[in-house]
Design a protein around this ligand. Structure first.
Ligand code: ZN
Length: 159
């Protein structure tokens, strides 16, 4: 997790290809290298309600209030962001034995599940384990994020 030691950061851009990017990296990835929104190339003062995460491509600090930012800032080793439809974000981790952990934000709390496999998850099979961390009134806290991280690490350790 990133401590708010910086006063300016790029506004995070969540892409259709499931990357969370800073302005300059997003500009490089657009057709012909054109930067669509040039204001995104400037670091902006950290917004009061923003959370910090890192750019998928270059690792610089980005800010935002989207579910993708909340998931990316968990910083779970081996995880990847996923598009879950309607530009909503999920975060997945596949363990070496094939089990598949998936986290998302459901109108407030983190919802994190352990599934037999990625296929089982997408087939709608009942998860092995599932927890909600946070409240239904607003974004989850850093303590909720800690609980998600701890849960996934326990699943990783307990085969
Ligand atoms: Zn970047």
């Amino acid at each position: 997790m990133i401590a708010p030691t910086t006063t300016k950061a790029y506004v995070a851009i969540w892409t259709p290809w499931a990357a969370l990017l800073c302005g300059p990296c997003h500009g490089k990835r657009t057709v012909h290298g054109e930067v669509i929104d040039t204001t995104a190339d400037e670091r902006e003062p950290i917004a009061k309600d923003a959370r910090l995460a890192t750019c998928t491509d270059c690792g610089c600090t980005v800010q935002g209030t989207s579910d993708a930012v909340y998931l990316r800032r968990l910083g779970i080793p081996g995880s990847s962001l996923e598009q879950t439809g309607g530009m909503c974000a999920g975060l997945s981790v596949t363990f070496p034995d094939g089990r598949y952990a998936f986290a998302s934000l459901l109108d407030g709390p983190y919802v994190v599940s352990l599934n037999r496999s990625e296929e089982a998850f997408y087939d709608g099979e009942e998860p092995i384990d599932c927890f909600e961390f946070g409240s239904d009134t607003g974004w989850p806290s850093d303590a909720d994020a800690d609980r998600v991280r701890e849960t996934i690490e326990q699943w990783r350790a307990n085969r």
